[in-house]
Design a protein around this ligand. Structure first.
Ligand code: PLP
Length: 435
């Protein structure tokens, strides 16, 4: 990467003024980050002029690739009319109607500015609705930065505790013990153990937070039995079912929950529903969502946000989601099926202990023979990490941008040609790193 002299120089400046030289650790790579100059369709060109296929899509937040002409045109028109008001806008109402129409579980919706905020708002809404403090979450599942949502994703196996009763482990130093005490951690895809743990906190749990395809657990789907057991437990015990669809919304027209035919109480969304702009959303049952309604008396959960539902995001998001209709979802998922098959074939030909997981338009390559089944066996040890890093470097040097876990996401801007290049590059990379 020594040829990236402009990026190296920019990073030298960045380090002087930002901790780690960035505003999000996601962009960091060794020996320095690469800086983007332009995105177009499924390609990104860096400031050195090198063009690559983008399988990271700003960490799953772009569904139509970069600078889709219809989104650019709509946003430009809105920009000329102003970007933020202390008044409502028609596009906010129209986009809310559009999103509510995508799932029977979305009776009402509010927009925020990130997935972190959406998850936080779901948790606060669940507490306000139930009058309870505790949240149950799946061990290792990532839900953004809210103190309660981020516990139990530590890379230190020694702190995990017993698999029958995983510890509530902080991620950030200084996390209040009170926050940890209010998070009940359950193992993934293990209904029996999960229910036993939940039973011990019956009267105190406001909601169960779950991602149906958690990427920190290897992009493996939640088992229908597990989801059903959690749903039934929540119903029987007066708790709410909160589904984090910040990434998974892309897998079905109405989000991953559509594929499970499950009734959720609240859903957190974000990323791609902003059409490339910062976004989050909370949608759910009207009765629960109305904890944010201040028109009938003081709201149980007073909810604000200066840039919530700003007209730029609403315009871009609405256009992006209009274009992501039922046929577009099916077409993208079919292309991703081909990508997963081609990657599995590359792994077979290279004859390395690796596998590919994923669903919808998402995939992840593991340097493990068997697909993981839990956070604990999805854990990437140092030897495996070295192989993944070498594979990622090979892919980047050969024109592919991936997410650092060796995950990728397709955009509607991609075709079979990009899938062929992905599979060829992975095959060559695996041959190169073969033990
Ligand atoms: N939930 C999930 C499942 C996520 O993957 C993420 C981000 O990666 C978040 C929540 C947080 O979203 P944001 O980064 O927009 O705050």
């Amino acid at each position: 990467m020594s040829e990236h002299t402009k990026s190296a120089a920019l990073y030298d400046r960045a380090k002087q003024v930002m901790p780690g030289g960035c505003s999000r650790n996601t962009i960091l790579r060794k020996p320095h980050p690469i800086y983007a100059a332009k995105g177009e369709g499924c390609f990104v060109t860096d400031i050195e002029g090198v063009k690559r296929i983008d399988f990271a899509n700003n960490v799953a937040s772009l569904i139509h690739g970069h600078a889709h002409p219809a989104i650019v045109q709509a946003v430009n028109a809105q920009l000329a009319n102003g970007s933020a008001f202390t008044l409502g806008t028609e596009i906010e109402v129209a986009y809310a109607e559009q999103m509510v129409a995508r799932s029977p579980n979305f009776e009402k919706i509010r927009f925020v500015n990130s997935g972190t905020e959406a998850v936080m708002s779901c948790i606060k809404a669940a507490r306000a609705q139930t009058g309870r403090a505790k949240i149950a979450k799946v061990e290792g599942s990532y839900h953004g930065l809210y103190d309660y949502a981020e516990v139990s994703q530590t890379a230190k196996p020694a702190s995990w505790g017993d698999a029958d009763a995983p510890n509530s482990v902080p991620v950030a130093k200084g996390t209040p013990q009170s926050a940890l005490n209010d998070v009940v951690v359950i193992p993934f895809n293990d209904p029996e153990r999960a229910i036993a743990i939940l039973d011990a906190h019956k009267a105190d749990i406001a909601g169960i937070l779950i991602d149906l395809l958690p990427h920190r657990i290897g992009v493996i789907p939640a088992l229908p039995d597990f989801v059903e057991a959690l749903r039934n437990w929540a119903t029987a015990n007066g708790a709410l079912m909160i589904i984090d669809e910040v990434i998974t919304f892309r897998t079905n027209f109405g989000g991953a929950q559509e594929g499970y035919n499950i009734k959720s109480d609240l859903t957190a969304m974000g990323k791609m529903i902003g059409g490339g702009f910062p976004v989050g959303a909370i949608a759910g049952r009207a009765e629960v969502m109305d904890v944010m309604d201040p028109t009938q008396g003081p709201a149980a959960f007073p909810h604000y946000g200066t840039f919530n539902a700003n007209p730029i995001t609403m315009t871009a998001g609405s256009m992006a989601m209009q274009m992501f209709d039922q046929p577009a979802v099916a077409e993208l998922n079919a292309l991703a099926d081909k990508a997963r098959s081609a990657l599995a074939e590359a792994i077979r030909i290279a004859d390395v202990p690796a596998c590919v997981t994923g669903r919808g338009s998402m995939f992840r390559i593991h340097m493990k023979k068997q697909a993981p089944t839990s956070y604990r066996n999805a854990f990437v040890g140092p030897q495996e990490q070295a192989c993944i890093s070498a594979l990622l470097d090979h892919m980047f040097d050969n024109g592919l941008i991936m997410i650092e876990t060796c995950s990728g996401l397709l955009s509607t801007a991609m075709t079979q040609a990009e899938i062929d290049q992905l599979a060829d590059t992975v095959l060559n990379g695996l041959r190169k790193i073969k033990p």
